[in-house]
Design a protein around this ligand. Structure first.
Ligand SMILES: Cc1cc2nc3c(=O)[nH]c(=O)nc-3n(C[C@H](O)[C@H](O)[C@H](O)COP(=O)(O)OP(=O)(O)OC[C@H]3O[C@@H](n4cnc5c(N)ncnc54)[C@H](O)[C@@H]3O)c2cc1C
Length: 523
């Protein structure tokens, strides 16, 4: 709060659980209707979710929560729900930031069942020859990485919500991980899916690739709980990284840094980490004075002979040609390879999953270089965010993707519109989280003084303004946070109408009673 210059030292305490009043469950079910379970499944983790939960406001809790331990139990829950005219919301880690798990459903339903997959968390089978693993959908990041590590393997997919997000949730939302190029979304790691739809079981064939018509998995990846309950998936796994090299590069401005990133993204070098952070965001994380921009650049490979250092050297030369100044790697003699550091992914130095707010190669013990600093901030942000909300700071993020030729004007208009929708003094910062040869995925962080008691209106005004600007500028309403309930108006505007019809038809075929997550994706 001191660094921000706004917010209050008067830290708002969460409403005590005993003080929370819930509407009584509307249906009797064979599942849990305990207050704690209903509260825990009432929201995801967006800013409006956090504010409402903090104040103890739970207007739409689920009426019941089921915890299936097997596919048979998922089927039973779907059958019960269909017979009782109850909507079903698949629930993984509950980290949705777009209203994906909030039980707001049309009035025609007699209730809502939250279907929590957290008991289904095993790695069921590993195929070491084809480097793939069959993993149950409820496994969260640390859980699946722990089990894969016993076989010397890793999925190496680290969204910032890694500690809580489940495999099923990541697939259902087309999550974005830490790889800044190539395998940016979970899509690329999915080999085959097993799902339970009200119309029956769904199992796709395990294939490295296929040209047999539209890919079945593509219908379920990103389906956000509307077409079936993902029960397990065969995922492409890999060896743990054996070689890594990383460096931070300073630029005089975000625009100049973005131009360097464009050239890098079209160079074929495909860095595993390539995050351009603007000066404001860098300053918030304790890196720099608020000016210029910082590029966190990294390469990694499971092959210990992979020329990561040579690739980094070439990437640094591209940056230098755009005025980029490579920062010296901390803790290593000048001029030596920085091969012991990770490429900026949020894992511990030993490769084990991130399990605490500040792991990541011991950024505090191993030196204060910018790469470690950025990683530590990346890991701490989810925890810091909740604390900021309690201090009266409106704190949110949104993300998009846009083609390079549009990016400069797009960025300017989104930044300006978002700033103007917020009270002074506000901070709207940006980083490029993922990059493609044809465009970046900008990720905006919004911090502003909240008017206590009016946060939801303030947030809504900002959200509408920013989302309108994104669509007007030619971007997508989401690059990896998903659509949920919050992005529906803009999603409906951006998708082709015949596609909306095709999606509705698929929904009718797979979920004839329309009980699965109604209100999301299909209007
Ligand atoms: C602090 C923070 C950081 C984040 N960072 C990232 C990030 O780096 N990258 C990113 O992509 N996202 C990020 N997110 C958003 C969120 O973590 C992702 O959308 C994540 O993939 C959701 O997984 P989950 O298991 O928590 O799903 P949930 O929130 O439980 O559900 C999300 C959606 O998926 C559906 N769903 C869940 N499980 C299943 C299933 N088994 N079958 C069918 N449908 C299912 C739900 O119905 C819902 O529509 C972040 C969120 C937070 C709070």
């Amino acid at each position: 709060v001191q660094r921000l210059g706004f917010g209050s030292a008067d830290v708002e305490q969460p409403a005590p659980l005993q003080a929370v009043r819930l509407p009584p469950p509307r249906v009797e079910s064979p599942y849990s209707s305990s207050v704690a379970d209903r509260i825990r499944h009432a929201y995801g983790r967006s800013y409006p979710d956090t504010i409402r939960a903090l104040r103890g406001h739970f207007e739409h809790p689920p009426d019941a929560v089921a915890f299936p331990a097997s596919e048979v139990e998922i089927e039973a829950a779907l059958e019960w729900a269909a017979s009782a005219n109850v909507a079903v919301i698949p629930y993984g880690g509950g980290t949705s930031v777009v209203g994906g798990v909030e039980p707001i459903v049309p009035d025609r339903f007699d209730g809502v069942l939250s279907l929590d997959l957290s008991r289904m968390k095993r790695v069921l089978e590993v195929d070491e020859v084809s480097r793939s693993a069959l993993i149950e959908a409820g496994a969260n990041g640390p859980e699946l990485e722990r089990q894969l590590a016993t076989r010397g393997l890793t999925m190496r997919f680290y969204p910032q919500s890694f500690e809580l997000a489940s495999l099923g949730g990541m697939i259902a939302t087309r999550a974005g991980g830490h790889f800044a190029t190539l395998q940016t979304h979970i899509d690329e790691l999915v080999q085959a899916i097993r799902a339970i739809a009200p119309a029956g079981e769904w199992e796709s064939r395990r294939l490295p690739g296929s040209g047999a018509g539209p890919a079945p998995d593509r219908l379920l990846i990103g389906s956000e709980g509307t077409l079936g309950v993902i029960a397990s998936a065969w995922m492409r796994v890999r060896a743990r990284p054996a070689s890594r090299a990383s460096r931070a590069v300073a630029f005089d401005s975000f625009a100049v840094g973005a131009e360097a990133v464009r050239v890098l993204s079209q160079s074929g070098l495909n860095p595993s980490n390539c995050r351009l952070v603007d000066g404001l965001e860098a300053e918030m994380t304790g890196l720099g004075d608020g000016g210029g921009a910082l590029l966190v650049l990294g390469f990694e490979s499971g092959d210990d002979g992979y020329p990561v250092q040579a690739l980094l050297t070439r990437a640094l030369a591209i940056c230098a040609a755009h005025g980029g100044r490579a920062e010296p790697p901390a803790g290593t003699p000048a001029g030596t390879a920085d091969a012991s550091r990770s490429g900026g992914e949020p894992s511990r130095r030993d490769g084990s999953p991130a399990g605490s707010p500040a792991p990541g190669g011991d950024p505090n013990g191993g030196g204060h270089d910018a790469v470690s600093g950025w990683r530590a901030a990346f890991l701490a942000m989810p925890y810091l965010r909740d604390a900021l909300v309690q201090c009266g700071v409106l704190c949110d993020t949104f993300e998009t993707a846009v083609t390079w030729e549009r990016f400069p004007a797009f960025h300017e208009s989104v930044l300006t519109a978002t700033r103007e929708s917020l009270p002074q003094p506000r901070r709207v910062s940006c980083r490029l989280t993922h990059v493609y040869a044809d465009g970046p995925a900008p990720y905006y962080t919004v911090l502003a003084p909240a008017r206590r008691g009016h946060e939801l209106e303030q947030w809504q005004a900002m959200k509408v303004t920013a989302s309108d600007a994104i669509l007007a500028g030619g971007g997508t309403i989401t690059h990896h946070h998903a659509v949920g309930r919050d992005h529906m108006p803009w999603y409906e505007r951006q998708r082709p109408q015949p596609f909306a019809l095709a999606l509705s038809a698929a929904k009718s075929a797979l979920d004839p009673a329309g009980i699965l997550n109604p209100g999301v994706l299909i209007g």
